[in-house]
Design a protein around this ligand. Structure first.
Ligand SMILES: *Cc1c(COP(=O)(O)O)cnc(C)c1O
Length: 497
């Protein structure tokens, strides 16, 4: 059955999956949603014997209904190959009374690789299917990980260019080096003088700039997005929740049909929304625990029903979650109104103009499967240390937020449901903060970042990943900076228009 996509704000409907991927954001500023969330049409028992690639096909074919079997399978084969350092692609590790779903075994050692390894293939296939002749310009705002993962995917892909904006002082040293050393003639990296929300709002504005779109079209360019506002990011992320459940079943950790909980360290609300999609597809998931850092706008939302971005933006040691405007929440809001695009658009207008909105009791009831939690920097560090000291298992500072929130949840709720924690980055991406958590401030004071990397490896016994070795001596290729107001000029400059 063919699925079609529509904007959460009502301005576009009847869009095919490939068109939605190509376009990224809907014309009215809304996000594309399928007219319904499809049900898995294969048993959990069958899924338990499947590889990651086979599982990916079973899940993605239900959403991307205008891709042929051959097209989709080719995209999957090209994405989930030896770029990943394990054949399992997303292994599960049992430690400290939970299952850590390691989503950082790809090229750039963060979970963004799970979707961004396949997005370029989906995008170029979509361009062919729709006879799109313009060069695709991927415009991306990053809180540190999306930028590198997207560039790794799109570097030197014919017919595409990619421009990444990151907050100048808002990413880790390794994240910044990863981006500034990126190769590929079609890549550009810009540090903006602002935070992630500034970058994301600026990028969304450029998407909505009709004059710019016309000027670009005249020169043979069209924009698309590699952020999780693109449905082509979200769909591949559903796969690993289904895969994790299947691995638990195969390993005899759970019985068929047994419900599990999922904890996701959250920023833009993309990863946890994918877990929710998996639940709606029929995966036995009970509670979705949304873990925030000190920027706890989502915790406040789930506990009060009011989303309020009017607060101080706090820089934390889990920078990829330093976000006050979680774009993908719009998709859940839309669903919670019974897919009433007008009601959703009104709330998003309130958010843009007044900085906050409050949902109805009915909408809150619809979201009852979500539970918000947050962890301070101290709680995060304590959770990383506790897990490392008691089991030898090392996690990064984002996964640390999730582990700390899960610990609090378990104590308060006495819920003993088996739980999967999304482990979103390699500890080496945040070596300094991880070292400080497990060995104290002094130990993290290296002569440079790589001194800390090596010390962390000696202490933890975990090998330094290839992605970090590669940038140790790599040449800096990108030094552009701009102000928030200068984003449009910068894009035009890069494109030479
Ligand atoms: C992007 C990111 C997150 C947040 O994921 P969202 O889908 O934006 O909620 C968490 N941890 C890491 C390491 C990330 O890169």
């Amino acid at each position: 059955m063919a699925l079609s996509y529509q904007s959460t704000r009502g301005g576009q409907s009847g869009v095919t999956a490939s068109q939605a991927i190509l376009q990224g954001l809907a014309e009215d500023g809304g996000l594309f949603m399928p007219t319904e969330i499809p049900k898995l049409d294969i048993s959990l028992e069958k899924l338990a014997s499947m590889t990651y690639q086979e599982t990916a096909y079973e899940v993605m074919k239900l959403f991307l209904t205008d891709f042929t079997e051959d097209e989709l399978k080719a995209c999957i084969a090209k994405a989930y190959d030896s770029k990943f350092d394990t054949e399992e692609i997303a292994p599960l590790a049992k430690a400290g009374g939970a299952y850590f779903l390691e989503l950082y075994h790809g090229n750039t050692i963060a979970f963004k690789d799970m979707a961004l390894s396949i997005l370029p293939h989906l995008m170029t296939t979509a361009a062919k299917k729709n006879q799109a002749e313009k060069e695709i310009v991927i415009l991306t705002a990053t809180s540190g990980d999306t930028g590198k993962a997207a560039m790794a995917g799109f570097a030197d892909v014919p017919g595409t260019r990619i421009i990444v904006f990151y907050p100048k002082d808002g990413v880790s040293a390794i994240q910044e080096l990863q981006m500034r050393t990126q190769k590929g003639d079609n890549t550009a990296v810009v540090a903006i003088h602002g935070n992630f929300d500034d970058a994301q709002t600026g990028v969304k504005k450029l998407f909505g700039d009709k004059a710019l779109a016309e000027e670009m079209a005249g020169k043979g360019f069209q924009f698309s997005s590699a952020n999780s506002i693109n449905i082509g990011r979200l769909v591949p992320q559903v796969v690993y929740y289904v895969y994790a459940y299947a691995r638990l079943l195969e390993g005899g950790e759970i019985a068929e049909g047994e419900e599990i909980n999922v904890v996701v360290p959250t920023g833009n609300f993309g990863n946890i929304l994918a877990a929710y999609f998996a639940k709606r597809m029929g995966l036995p998931v009970k509670t979705l625990i949304c873990a925030s850092n000190d920027n706890k706008v989502l915790y406040d939302f789930f506990t009060t029903g009011t989303y309020d971005r009017k607060r101080e933006f706090i820089l934390t040691n889990s920078p990829s979650m330093d976000i006050l405007i979680s774009s993908n929440l719009e998709r859940l809001i839309y669903l919670s109104t019974g897919c009433d695009a007008q009601a959703n658009a009104a709330l998003m207008k309130e958010l843009a103009e007044q900085g906050s909105y409050t949902v109805t009791e009915e909408m809150r009831a619809f979201m009852a499967d979500f539970k918000g939690g947050y962890a301070t920097e101290q709680e995060n560090a304590a959770a990383i240390k506790e897990l490392f000291d008691s089991t030898g298992y090392l996690i990064d500072t984002h996964t640390g937020v999730a582990a700390a929130v899960y610990g609090k949840y378990k104590r308060e709720s006495a819920d003993s449901t088996k739980t999967v924690i999304a482990s979103t980055a390699s500890p080496y991406k945040f070596s300094h903060s991880v070292m400080e958590a497990i060995a104290g401030e002094k130990a993290a004071e290296g002569p440079d970042e790589f001194g800390v990397v090596d010390a962390l490896s000696r202490l933890s016994g975990v090998a330094v990943p290839k992605a970090v070795e590669e940038i140790r001596h790599a040449e800096i290729r990108h030094s552009r900076e701009c102000t928030v107001d200068g984003m449009k000029e910068t894009v035009k400059n890069i494109l030479g228009i």
